[in-house]
Design a protein around this ligand. Structure first.
Ligand code: SF4
Length: 384
């Protein structure tokens, strides 16, 4: 299967923790949409995935900032140029308060069938801390409006481990979230990305982050709480109701091809990964001259592919043993003391077809991944 990602690089206002590429200058939107459609047309002539498209994801930035006719124009360009399946999952990331009922109805009529709402918290002080533009009331209103308009596949994004948050206020956010019965929840730990205002505040000693132990407590609490409420954890940060896993995400994690359009978007086709220029003015200039906005590309080596598969699949529902054997020439479950220790300490599980992390394992996912990759590298070197 294959997916398409469209990066919409505009936001009403930058949030203090965000390092995604987006700008606040909305006057560039019409020009951007024009050039994005040109990029789709140009690239479709020489770049196509090897299978038909099963997911389209409008991310950003804030895609819901675009007029509905802009989104329709982009979708029409895609339908004209790429083999899109009938039942394709089409997601739009939205910020609460940026959509009207009329917009949502228009989304439905153009085939958009999944919304991802960037709610983050139901506590207004926390929303203010993150410099989000919406209130908790607006978040609930936007969600209910989407349901009312017939959306039956809604994700909400939430964030924990905020410096001003304790477990009690996180429990409040989770409880409010579950009252809404979303089909999917993405719950992320706050990350202090370099070059963000929040990172600078941290460096200046203006805020005190949670300790690693406290962060793990938030995470464990989240996993247990959502599991008790019948959500399936299918990746470190992603939980879904039955039948509502995000097809677009699964495609990334399990090695599917994807094409990314827009500034800073990445693509992966055949054996090649490529990425577009990040700056929107460069992006527009290049496409005005009818040249592609690709900034760089690389062929993935055998080791690159191994690293990518292990790190992504371990974070998700586990490494598929048979597929791994076929691609890399050995079983990912090794006869090794390290494996025995992981099993004894209930950090990994092994079934006939998968090697997967337990909840306890998810807490130290990065450490386990690094160690496994070291062991796999030794396996490869021994086989040379
Ligand atoms: S709305 Fe989303 S993309 Fe925009 S600045 Fe905030 S977190 Fe980043």
């Amino acid at each position: 299967m294959s997916g398409i990602y469209i990066h919409i690089p505009f936001c009403e206002r930058k949030c203090n923790y965000c390092d995604f590429y987006s700008i606040e200058n909305k006057s560039l939107i019409p020009q951007f949409v024009d050039k994005l459609c040109r990029e789709i047309e140009l690239r479709s002539k020489n770049e196509a995935p090897n299978s038909s498209i099963q997911s389209i994801f409008f991310g950003g930035g804030t895609p819901s900032i675009l007029e509905t006719y802009h989104l329709e124009r982009i979708l029409n360009s895609l339908y004209r140029t790429y083999p899109i399946q009938n039942n394709t999952e089409i997601t739009v990331e939205c910020n609460p308060g940026t959509l009207s009922k009329k917009d949502m109805k228009a989304y439905q009529s153009m085939g958009i069938n999944r919304l991802s709402l960037g709610i983050q918290s139901f506590n207004d002080a926390e929303l203010k801390f993150l410099q989000r533009i919406h209130s908790s009331v607006e978040a609930v209103d936007s969600y209910l409006m989407a349901r009312d308009c017939g959306f039956d596949n809604i994700n909400i994004d939430l964030m924990f481990s905020l410096p001003i948050q304790d477990l009690k206020s996180w429990e409040f956010t989770l409880t409010k979230a579950l009252e809404l019965k979303p089909d999917h929840i993405s719950a992320y730990s706050l990350i202090y990305e370099p070059d963000t205002p929040l990172y600078r505040a941290l460096k200046d000693g203006k805020i005190v982050p949670h300790s690693v132990d406290s962060d793990s407590e938030f995470f464990l609490y989240t996993m247990n709480y959502l599991e008790d409420n019948h959500y399936i954890q299918y990746e470190v940060s992603n939980y879904s109701c039955h039948g509502k896993k995000c097809i677009h995400n699964l495609n990334y994690w399990y090695g599917g091809e994807y094409i990314g359009f827009g500034p800073s978007a990445h693509s992966y086709i055949g054996n090649k990964r490529s990425w577009n220029v990040r700056n929107i003015r460069n992006y527009i200039d290049l496409l005005t001259k009818k040249s592609l906005a690709t900034e760089g590309s690389e062929e993935l080596s055998f080791k690159d592919k191994l690293y990518e598969s292990v790190s992504l699949q371990l974070r998700a529902e586990g490494i598929l043993r048979e597929e791994f054997c076929r691609r890399f020439g050995f079983d990912p479950v090794l006869e090794d003391l390290f494996f025995d220790n992981l099993k004894e300490n209930n950090l990994i599980g092994v079934s006939s077809n998968k090697l997967f992390l337990t909840k306890k394992g998810y807490l130290i996912c990065d450490e386990i991944t690094v160690k496994l990759l070291e062991l796999y590298e030794i396996q490869i070197d021994c086989r040379k």
